[in-house]
Every structure is written in C-alpha cells, then in structure tokens.
Write a protein that binds this ligand. Sequence first.
Ligand SMILES: C[S@@+](CC[C@H](N)C(=O)[O-])C[C@H]1O[C@@H](n2cnc3c(N)ncnc32)[C@H](O)[C@@H]1O
Length: 309
Amino acid sequence: MKAPQPFQYQGSKRLLAATILRYLPSGMPRLVEPFAGSAALSIACALKGSAARYWLNDCNQPLAELLRQIIHHPEKVADAYQSFWRDQSEMALTHYYCVREDFNRTRDPFLLLYLLARCVKGAVRYNANGLFNQSPDKRRLGTRPQTLRHNLMAVSTLLCGRALVTARDYHEVLVDCQPTDVVYMDPPYQGVCGERDARYFSGIVFEDFVDALTQLNERGIRFLLSYDGRLGGQHYGKALPAALDLTHVEIKAGRSAQATLLGRNAMTMESIYLSRSLAEEINLGANMHNLARGQQKIPSSLFSPALPI
Ligand SMILES: C[S@@+](CC[C@H](N)C(=O)[O-])C[C@H]1O[C@@H](n2cnc3c(N)ncnc32)[C@H](O)[C@@H]1O
C-alpha cells in the first residue's frame, strides 16, 4: 500500500521515507519528529507498524494544528476543503488571494490546507513578518476533494490514538524526549546555516543544533538526521562536526530536473546521519565514524537507491 500524503509540502520526505525507514529499528516505543512538516516519515513508519506511538512537532502553529485536526477530525477537514475547492470554480485566482489574506489574519489551519494545495509547486513561502506570500498555481486546481478525503481518512486511521501533536521549538521537544525514544530530524537546510529560510516559517542556528545533538548523544538517545544534500559534486549545508560521532549514509534522491534542463546528468544525493547508539543497534558502519565529509567513501552497503513505499 502507498503511504497517504495529508498535503503536499516543500521538502517532504515522502519519496525517501521507505529508504530512510531501513535505518530505523522495528518495535520502537515512540518515534519523535521535532521538524514534522507533513509527517511523511511517521506516516510511512505507521504504515509499516514500526513504532507504537508518535510525537509530531512543528513550530509552525497552524501547520501543527492542521496535522492534529487531520488525525482527529479528518471528515471535518475534508468537508472544509471541499467547500473551498468548489468555491474557486470562478474567479479562482481572486479566491486564492482572499483565502491567503484571511489566513494571514486568522492563522486558520483549514485555510492553510487550501493554500498548500493551490500554491505554486506546493512551495510554501513566508515573508520576513511571517506572512504567507506564495502565489497561486495558475495551471493546477489542487488535489481533488475526493482524493484528499481518502488520504486524510487513511492518515487518521494510521495515527489516531497513537500520535501527540505539538507546536514547540525543537529544543523543547528534545529536552522532553525519553531514553527509549527514537528521534528523526529533518531541519530546514538554509536555516541550519543560520539564514532565514523563506520556505519555512522559521529557521534554526547551526551551532545551537550541534549542541542539541551533542546533548542527545550524552543522554544516549537514538537519533537519525536528514541533513545536507549533494547535487553532482556540489554540497549543500555546513559539515557536521566529527565529534558528534555520526554514521553517514547517502541516498540517491533522483535526477535533478534543473541540471537536466541545463544538459547535465547530475544525481541529487540526500544524506542521513545516524547517532552512534542507533548505528550500533542496527549494526551499521563502524568504519564511517569520525570521517569528515570530504574523506568519506561510501561502501556499496551504505549507498541506498530510493525505494517505493
Ligand atoms: C524540511 S521541513 C520537514 C519536512 C518533513 N520531513 C516532511 O516530510 O514533510 C522542516 C520543518 O521544520 C519546521 N521548523 C523550522 N524551524 C523549526 C524549529 N525551530 N522548531 C521546530 N520546527 C521547526 C518548519 O516549519 C518545517 O515544517
């Protein structure tokens, strides 16, 4: 069965989730996602039945509330979407701008769902004041209400009664993690380098993030991190310190459409990093420890093609 998607989301790990799950143990008491976004990994994990409970967190409050409503009241969310979607048959673009204005005033999560479905390439954009400022996609009308209803019901079936949803800063979530938790982190890339990232509501500071990972290591909490990427020879994201003692795995994420347009045949690679406690538990990569990124040779066993879910 294909993992259901609650909404399209920039940076969603939906297509890579099945591959990433290969590096997580089965029988986890709880999987924690401090940067949940569309919760693609937790949804794929619930489909596979690898964790008993889930903690989904995203500091974007309306987004977290949308996830919560989808999990607990999928019919209500689907009804609201259906009414918005029908509304836009005429004057579709004007309708989109009205909804966007209403959302920026009210932070209503149902309005956010409509904007996520209708905005250009599903690419969320926020201005410096935190206002949603992405334009409507002029060619696409967004997911059909019936398809969306089906997806929302499926997400709810997988997570209802098993998931806690919060809208905190990731630091607070990590502090509250238990020794038996497994944490999956997918922070915003540019934000990690200390810049504001217009793609998301908020960014994070690299040094703070490294401190938080160090503390997780000290507490022996298992974690897996999606961090940086590579297109051809070009790396994105600041290298993580060797002192974190992480095991690096590269995943083939597919061919870059942009590079293909420019006549190059570059493959996009996504990196994941496993904490030592997690790598040891799944018997992975002792020889990868403490190597700087430039020195890393990826043995074939640590080089994963993306798998369908
Ligand atoms: C790369 S996206 C996660 C995508 C997600 N893995 C998925 O599959 O949809 C990063 C998310 O982190 C959230 N975020 C950014 N800064 C944060 C912070 N300081 N604390 C918690 N969440 C944060 C953003 O709102 C965004 O949704």
